[in-house]
Write a protein that binds this ligand. Structure first.
Ligand code: UFG
Length: 337
């Protein structure tokens, strides 16, 4: 039996494929390459010595998805595929709703047709939106503030309805905090297309000389140094969390949402300081205005994932920076090198 990984060549999906292969799973990837590179397949092989089966297809292509289920005995699905840029989702809401919602609906319909009802869904801490209090716990009311976040919240609700309609489904909704870092080998990591929107890839591109300086979006937040505070989590910890969630849905347990975070918040200056220490490179910064839509502080209460999934993050901020830097240094042009 195999595990289907949608979006398996993306940043988090590809690192999770490594974990799956190393745990002895047979892996089938479906990916449209809209935001990932075919080269990732070679890197997964280089790191694990194993191959994944690959279907180059979009989830919106129902016959292609059906073919994957016809050709492989799938026992469970890790569903990463989707569009994920906040700013782009504000400019192109229809594309975001269509891709993320219809892609998920198509996947679930085909799963149902083939009697596969075990699903791990990539949700996001962004479903919480601005909350009064941190740490964030799973039972808070969701209040996402942009179309991207709303697609994640809507899909969570759709999956909950699906479960209510048929309790044979087993579904884990994983709410990621801020994934950073890379595989220890330096062969796999985050490869954003165009200008990085997120903090860590921007920092590594400044360090490698691709960008002049880092803009720090606001130093007037009510935090210890005035910059935004986030819960950064090593991508290999996230990958390990998916394995635990997969075991949980394979055991047959219903539906639940879990935070995947460390429970520790770091400011933008904390991250810059840790990165400078890890790389030995000074990062030029310029403090600018706040970025629209940013909250001051966001970090997880990871207690539920610890208790139910038997998972907790083990990599600290220094390691996240060391690994992000090794990847960037060895792959100055990402997977295109
Ligand atoms: N930041 C900067 N300069 C930059 C980029 C970011 O100062 O060039 C700051 C932000 O203002 C924020 C922190 O660094 O305080 C982290 O920003 P990121 O863009 O890396 O991450 P976000 O927390 O904004 O959002 C990320 C993902 C979303 C996801 C969300 C979950 O981009 O997709 O985490 O909380 F939904």
């Amino acid at each position: 039996m195999a595990i289907l990984v949608t979006g398996g060549l993306g940043y988090i999906g590809s690192h999770t494929c490594v974990e799956l292969l190393e745990a002895g799973h047979e892996v089938v990837v479906i990916d449209s390459l809209v935001n990932s590179k075919r080269e990732v397949l070679n890197r997964i092989h280089a790191v694990t010595g194993k191959q994944v089966a690959f279907a180059f297809a979009d989830l919106l292509d129902r016959s292609a998805v059906t073919r994957v289920f016809q050709e492989h005995a799938i026992e469970g699905v890790l569903h990463f595929a989707g569009l994920k840029a906040v700013g782009e989702s504000v400019r192109e809401p229809l594309r975001y709703y269509h891709t993320n919602l219809t892609g998920t609906l198509t996947l679930c319909e085909v799963m149902q047709e083939f009697n596969v009802r075990r699903l791990v869904f990539s949700s996001s801490a962004t479903v919480y939106g601005a909350q009064e209090r941190v740490p964030l716990v799973e039972d808070l009311e969701k209040q996402p503030v942009n179309p991207y976040g709303r697609t994640k919240a809507m899909i969570e609700d759709i999956l909950a309805d699906l479960y209510r309609s048929d309790e044979r489904w087993n579904i884990a909704l994983l709410r990621y905090f801020n994934p950073v870092g890379a595989h220890k080998s330096g062969k796999m990591g985050e490869d954003p297309s165009g200008t990085p929107q997120n903090l860590m890839p921007y920092i590594t591109q400044v360090a490698i000389g691709k960008r002049k300086e880092l803009s720090v979006y606001g130093q007037d937040y009510p935090t210890q140094d005035g910059t935004g505070v986030r819960d950064y989590i090593h991508v290999m910890d996230l990958a390990a969390g998916h394995l635990q969630a997969l075991e949980w849905v394979l055991r047959g347990v219903g539906i639940d949402a879990f935070n995947l975070g460390t429970g520790v918040g770091y400011s933008v200056f904390d991250v810059i300081g840790a990165f400078e220490k890890a790389s030995g490179i000074k990062i030029p910064v310029r403090v600018t205005a706040r970025r629209a839509g940013d909250v001051a502080v966001s970090y997880a209460d990871p207690t539920k994932a610890e208790g139910v999934l038997n998972w907790r993050a083990t990599h600290g901020l220094d390691e996240m920076c060391e690994d992000a830097w090794r990847w960037q240094l060895h792959n100055p042009h990402g997977y295109d090198g």
